[in-house]
Design a protein around this ligand. Structure first.
Ligand SMILES: *Cc1c(COP(=O)(O)O)cnc(C)c1O
Length: 397
């Protein structure tokens, strides 16, 4: 049993410190239970015929450790129920598998995370589900794409790599107009986390997060979460169980530990990323900065209306330059590592290639696209590192 009594009416930062505690335990942290077997008191209890039902039945079916993290995430997201998965990518795939069956159709935002697209084009296709990709900025026009067989819509905000923002409210309101035939809406909310945007408050049925990123926060574990509203909870819970999904208890503990400091870390990621995005806008080598909290961002109005913050990940477009020049910029960076993933304490950079995966809305830009994850290093040190990098581009011209 997790104790959320003190938590539910308070601000998110307070909930992060208090949610997910084990009721009646004198310890502030939950035990890390390594378990397959759970012992019963009697045959009657094992068969569900005892007066006192078994609290736990089998390791895969829940432990005090998994309940603690599920409780904390449910509290933050305002969810009816939460399941944990071994990675963010598996959370996206399990969300889709939970609400789709052979012969169904799914609408997926074109700017979605690459591996989510792979799950649609491979796994789902193999099981007889057809996918249509739609323009991230489709808004209420989504209803024109809905077929009698459309059972799900998959969103992500902002778009992976390119940071366009779908108008989630316009999409879910338009779908509401379909009445009983309304598809289930799933949304990958890894970028904002429920601290800056709560999808379930905006008509979304399943809020998905790669907790690998800001919840874990230290680049040392993979974990996914699916936080469900009433229309999707039973389906997700059943499919997660049927797939035999369980996440390692040590990784759950790392996510819980990370969650305790998530609000302060995110505040710093936000501050540093915005400062660096504004600085990049002043540099002559940069064509455009793609950060939703900048007034220059084409979807800034949506971010301002719906989000209470911005995290530490954004992209920028360089003015036209050779591959060698962009590589010299990135290869020589001292503090920014070249690596995938994000949300950890350390800064990272990648050369992004959305043109390779977009189908509904082809990507074209003035020059190479660079994505930055701004870590918790000193902001001025990061700016100095990037300034030297941009100078290397000029040296290649
Ligand atoms: C990283 C990421 C995922 C996948 O998370 P993993 O834990 O690495 O599998 C899913 N969605 C988004 C938006 C991501 O950035």
């Amino acid at each position: 049993m997790t104790d959320t009594s003190k938590a539910s009416s308070t601000a998110p930062a307070t909930r992060l410190a208090h949610a997910g505690r084990v009721e009646g335990s004198p310890f502030v942290n939950p035990p890390v239970i390594h378990a397959s077997t759970v012992l019963f008191e009697s045959v009657a209890q094992m068969k569900g015929k005892a007066e006192k039902p078994a609290r736990y039945t089998y390791g895969r079916r829940g432990t005090p450790t998994s309940e603690s993290l599920e409780g904390l995430i449910a509290d933050l997201e305002g969810a009816e129920g939460v399941v944990l998965t071994p990675s963010g990518a598996s959370a996206c795939a399990i969300g889709l598998m939970s609400v789709l069956a052979s012969g169904d159709h799914v609408l997926v935002m074109d700017g979605v995370y690459g591996p989510t697209r792979n799950a649609c084009d491979g796994l789902l296709k193999r099981f007889g589900v057809e996918t249509t990709y739609f323009d991230t900025r489709i808004g209420a026009g989504i209803v024109d794409l809905v077929r009698p067989t459309t059972r799900a819509v998959f969103l992500e905000s902002p778009a992976s790599l390119t940071f366009e923002m779908p108008d989630v409210t316009a999409i879910t309101r338009a779908l509401d107009g379909l009445g009983g035939a309304r598809p289930i809406v799933l949304m990958d909310n890894t970028w904002a986390t429920p601290l800056f945007y709560r999808p379930l408050d905006h008509g979304v049925d399943v809020s998905i997060m790669a907790a690998t990123k800001y919840v874990v926060g230290h680049s040392d574990a993979l974990i996914g979460t699916l936080a469900c509203g009433p229309r999707a909870w039973a389906k997700v819970k059943t499919t997660h169980g049927d797939l035999g999904m369980f996440t390692g208890p040590d990784d759950m503990y790392l996510a819980l530990r990370g969650a305790r400091t998530m609000a302060v870390r995110l505040a710093q990621h936000q501050r540093s990323a915005l400062a660096i995005a504004r600085w990049l806008e002043t540099r002559p080598e940069v064509a455009r900065v793609l950060h939703p909290a900048l007034p220059s961002h084409p979807d800034h109005a949506i971010w301002k209306r719906d989000f209470t913050g911005a995290s530490g990940l954004f992209s920028f477009v360089l003015k036209a330059c050779s591959f060698e020049a962009s590589a010299a910029f990135l290869d020589g960076l001292d503090l920014f590592g070249l690596g995938y993933s994000w949300g950890g304490y350390e800064s990272l950079a990648i050369l992004a290639e959305p043109q390779a995966i977009r189908t509904a809305t082809p990507w074209s830009a003035e020059g190479p696209l660079v994505r930055l994850q701004i870590g918790l290093e000193d902001t001025d040190d990061l700016i100095a590192d990037l300034a030297q990098g941009l100078d290397r581009i000029a040296a290649h011209a």
